[in-house]
Design a protein around this ligand. Structure first.
Ligand code: SAH
Ligand code: SF4
Length: 392
């Protein structure tokens, strides 16, 4: 499916019709009233009908809403849209991982990755921003400047596109391939919390996609002031990109640490609403050779997270063109995991998935940006080399 751009209108922009897929229930009710589709007293009922068609049956054509009168359907089609964004590229890995490059607007490309056999059935890794402002030094997305926050509709669209591809409209809960959502794609979700929270409301609604909030995980690099609001507003599972056990190293790997150092971060996590043994926080720890992978660091990690209901996810570093980091040796990762296990922490080593299609964690980046960023890194390096030799 593709959206055709009418460039003749470019000079006199007309307001694009609102995509109803990106509205919460309340937003949908208001939109229907404002567009004179129904009077306020009928809005709840009408919105429920429309909601089921959009989020349970996945329709993209108002004409298919068979229990809604013809005239109302025509009025809906006149005022709104349900169109999916364009899928620029769909890649399927040898291991079944599927990567979608989705163009939601001119110049706005997002990636989403479906990974089978993760969570209850399979997980979709979704993006919350195009690019990222945070520049973690080991992350490919971090080399791409922030283009902008994604809208609620653009976040929900990633789930819809995956469900289209997996043929899951409608699907009984027991028999679905997409059971979990992780906000581990491009961007920092807590810098776009309003849209992320609305998207979670939409995809977890019981009369729609009905994904359990316990199967929705939001990963953050540690935006401490937003942690509480995330828990209160979404009841989503929390994942923290930790990667280091002391401020000196974390300042380098995750520069946001300079703003919210480890003591503040750990206090924020301990106060996360709903944290319990049945609702653990996941600490993500990327394994970087010779940087953060020693047995001493494993022991420091145990100490740091003591008393927090948690598990540790060890992520083998996924290299990308231009990076100086390397992935720790397998033996080193296993030794690290063994120390955590011995201390009572589940510490699964994340199997890299979709490597052949560059779909692994931290590798997401709009195609168009990849070459530009690699060229930029090379140029910066050349400049540094020149400076170094000048200084010598
Ligand atoms: N911005 C959020 C979510 C997106 S990143 C965050 O940082 O948590 C999702 C996960 O991938 C994070 O844990 C991140 O640290 C990790 N990651 C980034 N680049 C990686 C790489 N090259 N190899 C392995 N993991 C990486
Ligand atoms: Fe942004 Fe997360 Fe990558 Fe850091 S790891 S640059 S916060 S996407």
């Amino acid at each position: 499916m593709s959206i055709t751009l009418d460039l003749s209108r470019a000079s006199a922009p007309v307001k694009a019709p609102v995509n109803l897929s990106g509205l919460t229930r309340e937003g949908l009710r208001n939109a229907l009233v404002e567009a004179n589709i129904c009077p306020p007293e009928k809005a709840k009922m009408r919105a429920s009908q429309v909601w089921r068609w959009i989020h349970h049956y996945g329709v993209t054509d108002f004409a298919l809403m068979s229990d809604i009168g013809k005239e109302t359907r025509a009025a809906l089609a006149e005022a709104f849209t349900l169109a999916r964004p364009e899928i620029v590229e769909r890649q399927v890995s040898k291991d079944g991982t599927r990567k979608y490059l989705i163009r939601t607007a001119p110049g706005i490309e997002v990636e989403a990755v479906y990974i089978p056999d993760v969570g209850r059935a399979g997980a979709l890794c979704v993006s919350s921003q195009v690019g990222c402002t945070l520049n973690c030094t080991f992350c490919h997305t971090g080399t791409q400047k922030l283009v902008r926050n994604l809208t609620t509709a653009e976040i929900v669209a990633q789930v819809q596109v995956a469900r289209d591809d997996l043929d899951e409209w409608p699907s009984p809960k027991e028999d679905r391939r997409l059971s979990n959502i992780v906000f581990m794609g491009m961007g920092e979700p807590l810098y776009n919390l309003d849209h992320v929270a609305d998207a979670i409301d939409i995809i977890s609604d019981n009369e729609g996609i009905a994904l359990s909030r316990r199967r929705i995980t939001v990963s953050t690099s540690g935006v401490v002031p937003q942690l509480h609001a995330l828990g209160e507003r979404t009841a989503a599972m929390l994942a923290i990109s930790l990667h280091a056990t002391n401020d000196a190293l974390r300042d380098v790997l995750v520069p946001l640490n300079k703003k919210y150092p480890l003591d503040q971060l750990m206090a924020g996590i301990r106060a996360y609403p709903g944290l319990a043994n049945t609702r653990r926080v996941t600490f993500e720890y990327v394994m970087l050779k010779g940087v953060n992978d020693s047995p001493d660091e494993a022991r420091a990690l145990v100490k740091l997270i003591e008393g927090i209901p948690s598990k540790v996810n060890l992520i083998p570093f996924n290299p990308w063109p231009g990076t100086d980091y390397e992935c720790s040796d397998w033996k080193t990762i296993e030794r690290f995991a063994a120390i955590l296990n011995k201390a009572g922490y589940a510490s699964p080593i994340r199997t890299p998935r979709g490597r052949d299609i560059l779909a692994a964690c931290g590798q997401l980046k709009s195609e168009s940006e990849k070459q530009r960023a690699s060229a930029r890194i090379k140029a910066e390096r050349a400049e540094r080399d020149v400076d170094d030799s000048a200084a010598a």
